[in-house]
Structure formats: structure tokens, C-alpha cells
Design a protein around this ligand. Structure first.
Ligand SMILES: [Zn+2]
Length: 334
């Protein structure tokens, strides 16, 4: 029986088992990369790969975010399989951002591995929750892998965001939500749109990623900051979704005449959309996260029911400790 070896490389991993070598969210010359999604911390070194396996939406999200794809892409949609000598690879929905995947590996020798990348076990306005699949080995993110990170119900967070939007607009101000340009910005736009608010996109990249979402089933109708429509919305009442307050302020100065720009800048009310706002009273915002919270991570791990769990990202050591208390053999990958 071969031994599974996992080595950290950049922010991803290189997995060796028998004669199979796979790069997970990183790249190794001459080898296959399993790419989970298009966030920057999962892309380091993928240009070195012989081929990159990902969904079509992930490929499009990369292009939308300005990446030059110089590597051969093999599209593997959710619930489809591919393989190479010694292993069958299945892509599974990760519920994190558009096209995000987990990978289930079934080795010929019998061992099975589930690699989650970043994942969310909660349904959202634009993503379907990740579902666990049984495996002998679980390689899981642990971003919020500590008991203080338990988020309120999604519905509750949505209600709070919509109430804040309404109150801010009624006060003559412009609620401006900061969210990652891939994933949370689109969730925020979908929510605000559903709540009946006009939405202006504060960054070009958000607009480009929205087009990817719309090609894959969403119906996002935000207006770009420079458009006539957006200028009217900023006058009459709207929300802005932005990945960077700094860039949005710059864009407002670039696209509006100076009198209007001064007026709009003076009316912006900032809110951060991030799970981390839960533990940071200096940030005004809402704990909207694209990751599973502690309870979600734990429930997911129990349902995968692995013999061993490898944990990565921020709270890997702490989460491993909790998993050990639950009776799992757990190891932080740091
Ligand atoms: Zn991510």
C-alpha cells in the first residue's frame, strides 16, 4: 500500500500517492493542477502546470479578473469525472464563488481523498451549498475553524443588510458595501436587487465578474459608475457595491463632474461585508462570509467521516485541536 504525502507549496499543496502526483491550487512542471476557484491565493504557480482542471465558470472568472491563461485548461464541471493513470477525479460544487469546486479523488489502490479548497455549506442568493462526500482522507480549509466564529443565520444577515440600506438611503446617504469582487460582491448585488434597491458597481472588476455570473444562471443588473443610469441612481437613491473604498472614491472623482463627485463622496456610508466583522468592532458591517463557519466545518467533517483530516489556512492548528477532541485524527498543514 502506498503512502499519501502532502507538501505545502505557495498557498496550495502537492499530493503524492504511489505514482500519482497532483498539484492542488498550485502548479508543478509537467503535472496536473486541480484548481478549485479563481481567488488569487489559489492561483500561485498554476502557470507551471502541464494542464489545469477547473470548471468553465472558474476559467471565465480568471479571464474576467484579467489573468492571462497560458496553460492548457481541461474543463470539468461539477459531478463530472476525469482521471489519469491511478486515480479518478470528480469535481463537486464548493458553494464558495461561481464555479468553485471541491475534488474527490478515488485512487486505484482504494484510498479516497476529498480536497475542499474554500467551501461554504450554506445556500446563498447566488451559490448552492457544498455537500459532503465520504472519503478516507479529508483535506479541509479551516478559515473560521474556531468556536468564536459562528455566524448568524444567512436570512438574519440579509435582513440586517436590507434594513441598513433602507435607513441609510432614507437619511439621504449612499450605503457602500465593501466585498470581494468575486463572490460576495455578486451575492450583495443579488440581495440588494431582490430588496428593490438600485445598485451601482463601484469597480470595473465587479462588473466583469457579474457578467460571468449572468452567463451561469444569475440575473445581476448593477449599473457601472460611469454610466448615465448610475449618475441618476446616485442622485435618486441607491447602494454601491465595491471591492475597495479607495478605488470607488477614485472612480467617483474620475467619472462625475467635480460638484457631483464632492456631493456623492460626502454622502457615502461604508459597510464591510466579511465574516471577520464578527470579531472586529472597529469595522462597521455584517458577517457575510463565503466560507463555512465553525459549526458548518465541523458538521461537514463528521459527514465525510474520514480516517484522517488535514487542515489548512488561518485557524488550522486550532481546528485540528477541536477535531481531535471530537475523536478524529487531525493534522494542521502549515
Ligand atoms: Zn476563496
Amino acid at each position: 500500500m502506498s503512502t499519501l504525502k502532502l507538501r505545502k507549496q505557495s498557498d496550495g499543496f502537492v499530493l503524492d500517492y504511489g505514482y500519482v502526483r497532483l498539484a492542488l491550487d498550485t502548479g508543478v512542471e509537467g503535472e496536473t493542477t486541480l484548481l478549485t476557484h479563481a481567488h488569487a491565493d489559489h492561483l500561485k504557480g498554476i502557470e507551471n502546470a502541464h494542464r489545469v482542471i477547473a470548471t468553465q465558470a472558474t476559467r471565465e472568472a480568471l479571464l474576467a479578473r484579467g489573468h492571462k491563461l497560458r496553460t492548457r485548461f481541461e474543463i470539468l464541471e461539477h459531478n463530472e469525472r476525469t482521471g489519469q493513470l491511478g486515480v479518478v477525479i470528480t469535481s463537486l460544487n464548493a458553494g464558495h464563488v461561481v464555479g468553485s469546486s471541491m475534488y474527490h479523488l478515488q485512487f486505484d489502490e482504494g484510498l479516497s481523498v476529498l480536497y475542499t479548497g474554500d467551501f461554504n455549506v450554506i445556500d446563498s442568493m447566488v451559490h448552492v451549498a457544498a455537500k459532503p462526500k465520504a472519503a478516507d482522507v479529508l483535506i479541509t480549509e479551516a478559515t473560521y475553524g474556531a468556536p468564536e466564529w459562528i455566524f448568524p443565520k444567512r436570512q438574519k444577515i440579509y435582513e440586517q443588510i436590507l434594513t441598513a440600506t433602507e435607513e441609510t438611503i432614507e437619511a439621504g446617504r449612499i450605503p457602500t458595501f465593501q466585498a470581494y469582487s468575486l463572490g460576495k460582491a455578486q451575492e450583495a448585488i443579488a440581495l440588494l436587487q431582490w430588496g428593490g434597491f438600485n445598485v451601482v458597481s463601484g469597480n470595473h472588476m465587479i462588473t466583469e465578474v457579474c457578467k460571468v455570473y449572468n452567463r451561469h444562471g444569475s440575473d445581476l443588473r448593477q449599473s457601472s459608475l460611469g454610466s448615465e443610469r448610475a449618475r441618476n441612481m446616485l442622485k435618486d437613491g441607491c447602494a454601491i457595491v465595491s471591492s475597495s473604498f479607495h478605488h470607488t472614491r477614485k472612480n467617483i472623482r474620475a467619472h462625475l463632474d467635480s460638484g457631483t463627485a464632492i456631493d456623492v463622496l460626502g454622502r457615502l456610508e461604508h459597510f464591510v461585508l466579511s465574516g471577520w466583522t464578527l470579531g472586529d468592532s472597529s469595522k462597521t458591517g455584517f458577517p457575510l462570509s463565503a466560507h463555512s463557519d465553525f459549526r458548518g466545518l465541523l458538521r461537514f467533517a463528521k459527514r465525510v467521516s474520514p480516517r484522517i483530516i488535514y487542515c489548512f489556512t488561518g485557524n488550522a492548528a486550532e481546528y485540528s485541536g477541536h477535531l481531535s477532541k471530537e475523536g478524529f485524527s487531525a493534522v494542521p498543514l502549515e
